[in-house]
Design a protein around this ligand. Structure first.
Ligand code: 5RP
Length: 297
């Protein structure tokens, strides 16, 4: 059923896009990367976004400000079983070096910002903590950092982004800007997130990660860079699959999801259900049935 759906979606897409493309370029390459980007940057992006133009990124960077948070106490134990089902992994260099086998071929987007912790005075007061050289040495295909728009550290974190993009452009490294809200989860509405995403894209982010919200298509429409959606705090599996489905329907390229996968009682089943929504166009009902079948729940 899913394979058929995917095949017909791909056929529809290529019917629309083929005449505009150089035959050797996959559809998403030409559609998503700014003309003039070098081969290295396009190649790294192609290792994050799959040929169907969609992407499942697994976020396991939470320890950089939360410490050993629930179900991520021993990162290796959380990460290893999920690696076969994701397109890329988002983590810090510490987790990468200690908890991901060096033989892994999974693409890595490296979290390069940090500083404040959950018990400190201000989560927004971030700096760039990891160099571009380190990202290259670790064989990463992208770097990610947070901006905190509307906080006292707005200008500092947006400047961090600009400087990171300047360095990244020199070597063809895609930059993921994360529109972080810290503890202020109530900020997640279309007006605020549209502002954050647009700002990130204008400063030069090649990829933007944000939260799902009502009227999410407006956020997507106003952001010229591709968008990944974070899961946020743990929801029921059906709700998390609905969030994924709605995000994709509204135009997100994919998810950069953490807790709603690895805090599930059945993370391996959950990651496959999320993947089915992103890459196979499963409906919420189909994806939840798939999750139930895999988890035996
Ligand atoms: C924190 C992050 C996290 O990676 C992000 O929140 C994604 O994880 P989750 O799906 O658990 O929200 O960038 O700033």
């Amino acid at each position: 059923m899913a394979a058929g759906r995917k095949a017909s979606r791909s056929a529809r897409r290529s019917a629309v896009t083929e005449p505009k493309l150089t035959p050797s370029l996959p559809a998403h390459d030409a559609a998503m990367i700014a003309p003039g980007s070098g081969w290295g940057l396009r190649n790294r992006m192609a290792r994050i976004v799959q040929p169907d133009g969609r992407s499942v990124m697994l976020a396991v960077d939470h320890g950089y400000f939360l410490g050993p948070t629930s179900r991520l106490e021993v990162p290796r134990r959380t990460v290893e079983p999920l690696l076969p089902f994701i397109d890329s992994l988002m983590c810090t260099r510490g987790v990468l070096r200690t908890s991901v086998p060096a033989v892994s071929t999974t693409s890595v987007v490296l979290r390069v910002s940090g500083g404040p912790s959950i018990v400190g005075p201000n989560l927004a007061n971030e700096h760039i903590t990891t160099t571009m050289r380190e990202a290259l040495r670790l064989n990463c295909v992208g770097v990610g950092m947070s901006i905190f728009v509307g906080t006292a550290h707005e200008s500092q974190t947006v400047r961090n982004l600009g400087e990171l993009v300047n360095e990244a452009e020199d070597i063809g490294m895609p930059v993921l800007a994360i529109t972080a809200v810290g503890k202020e989860l109530e900020k997640r509405d279309a007006r605020y997130l549209s502002l954050c995403c647009r700002l990130a894209a204008e400063i030069g982010a090649h990829m933007v990660k944000t939260y799902y919200c009502e009227d999410f298509e407006k956020v997507v429409e106003g952001c010229p860079a591709p968008i990944w959606v974070a899961g946020g705090p743990k929801l029921d599996e059906a709700e998390a699959l609905e969030l994924t489905y709605n995000s994709i329907q509204a135009g997100a390229v994919g998810v950069d999801m953490g807790r709603n996968i690895w805090q599930s009682e059945h993370p391996v089943a959950m990651v496959q259900a999320v993947r089915a929504v992103v890459h196979e166009d499963y409906t919420v009902k189909e994806a939840f049935a798939f999750f139930s079948e895999l988890s035996g729940r």
